[in-house]
Design a protein around this ligand. Structure first.
Ligand code: ADP
Ligand code: ZN
Ligand code: ZN
Length: 749
């Protein structure tokens, strides 16, 4: 047998981790050495022994064989944080497909010089009496934002400026007017630190409900007896899940350990963060997309050096390098944003469970609508299941009406609002209560078509339909291509060419037509282009500056508006027609989430679900808010069709500028997979190959996209398939076609 070589990197936190050195693998290590392992190697002129990590393995020598050095030894059982990070990267590489370098870059943030950060804060200057006076005045004048700021200052004394503009939603003008009046002053502090000081916590004294304390006790009992498991908390919105997470974290921190809390970015709301700050003060830190790479790096350093106990953030917060991780919480565990969309396409849930096993930590998953994956594992006993069935704030679950849009049309209603919805909208308007109207963005781009011949205007580069925007332009949402609107059809010359009018813009226009006095706010990709516009719209709505908020799915997640008593889901089945196996699940989740927005305060809520398929089981069970019945029907379908979670699926994607070439590569690889089936394998154990065919969107920015799917009941078998394909791709050197893997795809391809 020829010699084997390993690529070793020696400084992984270097900005560019892609400078490996090649070493010879001695005979005795042949069978054991693997990706990610820590090795000792002779380095530099003096051949000083240093530590490095294996990122590549091959038979080819890329270096003068006479000068090739040999790996000295494998370093075993190291528990340095960095070693565990590399181990995690190696696991991600193996299970999701990517190069080791890509995986390392995912897990370890690049070292960036950290500039000192200036933090501004507001400090209460006036006395209590004077402030209360000002508060009373603001309340009488209905200056909601000002009143909120004053109340916060009264209870906290000082607050970071970021909260004021970012999360408390108070304008700069309001702040200066209070500054001029001598109520508050600004102060600038320069530090690397979180500017939040530990706050008085009134929340710690909350008595846990029976359901809550059972969960906390059981998880902690397990933890203390050395049993580290994965727990799924299935609890309706408002049932007190967040409170459970906080209690658990307190207990874990008291045991000298640290905790990671994953929350979808969109649900990182001011209220949620405030609760964590109240409990953990400057021992908690937040990672979100508005931090610069330098600031993110800084948060990691603080974690490494034991300056914080808790980190909250989206998917990537999972890679915070704590020395003694004890608990990982994943809230809204079903969210598709937990799956990475670029290679390596890892899922945060599975990755968290592996990470926890490296540290001996526990994992708590929570959701009102658990993913089929998580609930399936809970049913099989792999996860421990807890249910929370009551809203703690007393509010009853909303009444849901399902409306058949076909019937509406028969009865002569040609608008996009059913009679029921119109009636309830008018009712709310007259009572001064708020409503939310929600439209599913998927598959609904406001496309332009010809009513005479069916022509659809498409982007010449991306194979998706163009969307009509106000101001008479047609725009591609993938690449930004623009052209003027058409007066007549380029195919048949007909004048009846127009947009499919059901985007958020059209809903807003129609509402104003029907209810001229109605104040409408709109939230979609167009109105949230700038960084703060998202918060600004939510603030304005919360402050009562509009009667109705119209939006895409952005508006249904996690927000708590006490004055909203009506939610309309305008076309519930649009997500059913997307045509991938998760469509039913997504629809159920969407309706449930939308319903969760109604009646959060003391007033009862109502929900109108408009649909063309009222008989679909996802719609029926969502209408009854019956997760278990939905799960049972959905899992039967998944089992019958061998879709995840009952089996697994690997999507192999080919990208290339040359259409024929990309397809050719796809066909060759698909054949290769079919050839991996042993001759007399039973059908049940065979790899099933579907495709290749053009991806859902066949072309983006002139790059053609093909995909084929491989199904098998065992995940590990699909990992083998990926390994074989990776090797093949490596050998054949077709650099003009790139190939990516996506295990159990979630986001549509
Ligand atoms: P979830 O995360 O499931 O939506 P939360 O933890 O946010 O639920 O709780 C919903 C509401 O109930 C919050 O306003 C919270 O302050 C309150 N709450 C939670 N637990 C308790 C408790 N044990 N006693 C009283 N109120 C509680
Ligand atoms: Zn036409
Ligand atoms: Zn385009």
């Amino acid at each position: 047998m020829g010699k084997r070589y390993a690529d070793v990197i020696v400084d992984i936190s270097h900005e560019q981790v892609d400078r490996p050195f090649q070493y010879e693998i001695p005979e005795r290590m042949r069978d054991t050495l693997d990706y990610g392992m820590c090795v000792e190697i002779p380095f530099g002129n003096g051949n000083r022994l240093i530590k490095g990590y294996v990122v590549g393995l091959s038979d080819k020598c890329n270096w003068d064989p006479a000068k090739m050095k040999v790996i000295h030894r494998i370093v075993v059982d190291s528990t340095a944080i960095q070693d565990r990070q590399i181990q995690l990267a190696a696991w991600i590489k193996k299970n999701y497909g990517a190069t080791m370098i890509q995986a390392i870059k995912t897990v370890i943030p690049a070292r960036k010089s950290v500039k000192k950060i200036e933090h501004r804060k507001l400090i209460l200057r006036a006395g209590r009496e004077e402030t209360l006076d000002a508060l009373g005045q603001a309340e009488r004048k209905h200056q909601v934002a000002k009143a909120r700021l004053l109340r916060e200052l009264l209870s906290e004394g000082e607050i970071p400026y970021e909260w004021v503009t970012g999360k408390l939603m108070v304008s700069a003008a309001t702040v200066s007017s209070l500054e001029k009046a001598g109520i508050l002053r600004k102060e600038v502090i320069t530090s690397y630190r979180n500017p939040v000081k530990r706050m008085d916590s009134q929340e710690t004294n909350k008595r846990l409900s029976q359901e809550q304390s059972e969960i906390v006790q059981e998880v902690i009992k397990d933890y203390d007896t050395g049993n580290r498991g994965t727990y799924l908390v299935h609890g309706i919105t408002g049932s007190g899940k967040t409170e459970v997470y906080i209690r658990l974290i307190e207990k874990i921190v008291a045991r000298g350990k640290q905790a990671i809390v994953l929350i979808p970015e969109i649900a990182l709301t001011y209220q949620t963060l405030l609760r964590f700050y109240r409990h953990f003060g400057d021992r908690v830190s937040v990672l979100n997309s508005s931090l610069s790479p330098g600031e993110k790096y800084d948060q990691c350093e603080r974690a490494k050096h034991g300056e914080i106990d808790v980190i909250i953030g989206p998917r990537s917060a999972l890679f915070t390098p704590f020395p003694n991780l004890g608990l990982i919480v994943i809230d809204e565990e079903h969210e598709s944003s937990y799956k990475s969309e670029s290679a390596p396409k890892y899922h945060a849930r599975e990755t968290a469970i592996y990470l926890a096993s490296l540290y001996g930590a526990s994992v708590v998953l929570g959701s009102a609508t658990p993913s089929l994956e998580a609930f399936y594992k809970a049913q099989k006993g792999e996860y421990k299941l807890f249910s929370m069935t009551r809203r703690l704030t007393g509010g009853a679950l909303p009444q849901i009406y399902t409306v058949d849009l076909r019937e509406e049309l028969k009865r002569g209603n040609r608008t996009i609002f059913s009679w029921k919805l119109q009636e309830l909208l008018a009712d709310r308007l007259s009572k001064g209560q708020q409503s939310m109207l929600f439209i599913n963005r998927r598959g609904l781009a406001g496309f332009v078509s010809c009513r005479s011949c069916g022509y659809v205007a498409k982007c010449p580069h991306c194979d998706v339909s163009l969307s009509e925007h106000r101001g008479g332009r047609l725009v591609c949402h993938y690449c930004g291509y623009e052209m003027p609107s058409m007066k007549s059809c380029p195919e048949c010359g007909s004048k009846y060419i127009s947009g499919f009018r059901a985007g958020t813009q059209q809903i807003e226009d129609k509402l104003k037509e029907l209810y001229p006095q109605m104040r409408v706010l709109r939230m979609d990709a167009d109105t949230t282009k700038t960084k703060d516009s998202y918060e600004e719209i939510l603030t304005a709505f919360r402050n009562g500056e509009a009667d109705v908020l119209v939006g895409t799915q952005m508006i249904v997640k996690g927000h708590d508006f006490p004055n909203v008593t009506l939610v309309g889901v305008l076309a519930a089945d649009l997500s059913l027609s997307v045509g991938d196996y998760r469509a039913g699940e997504r629809t159920f989740q969407l309706i449930t989430q939308a319903a969760g927005r109604a009646g959060r305060g003391t007033l009862p809520g109502e929900v109108v679900v408009q649909t063309y398929q009222p008989e679909h089981y996802a719609i029926i069970h969502a209408g009854q808010q019956d997760y278990l019945s939905f799960y049972e029907e959905e899992i039967l379908y998944r089992k019958m069709m061998q879709y995840p979670p009952s089996a697994h699926m690997l999507a192999v994607q080919m990208f290339g500028r040359n259409e024929a070439e990309a397809l050719q590569v796809g066909k060759r690889l698909a054949e290769l997979v079919k050839g991996m089936n042993p001759a007399q394998e039973s059908i049940r154990n065979q790899l099933q190959v579907i495709g290749p065919s053009p991806a859902g969107i066949g072309k983006i920015e002139d790059i053609y996209r093909f995909v084929f799917y491989v199904k098998h009941k065992d995940y590990s078998r699909l990992v083998q398939v990926k390994d074989v394909l990776e090797e093949k791709i490596h050998e054949s050197n077709v650099s003009r076609v790139s190939v990516q893997f996506d295990f159990d795809p979630m986001n549509g391809l």
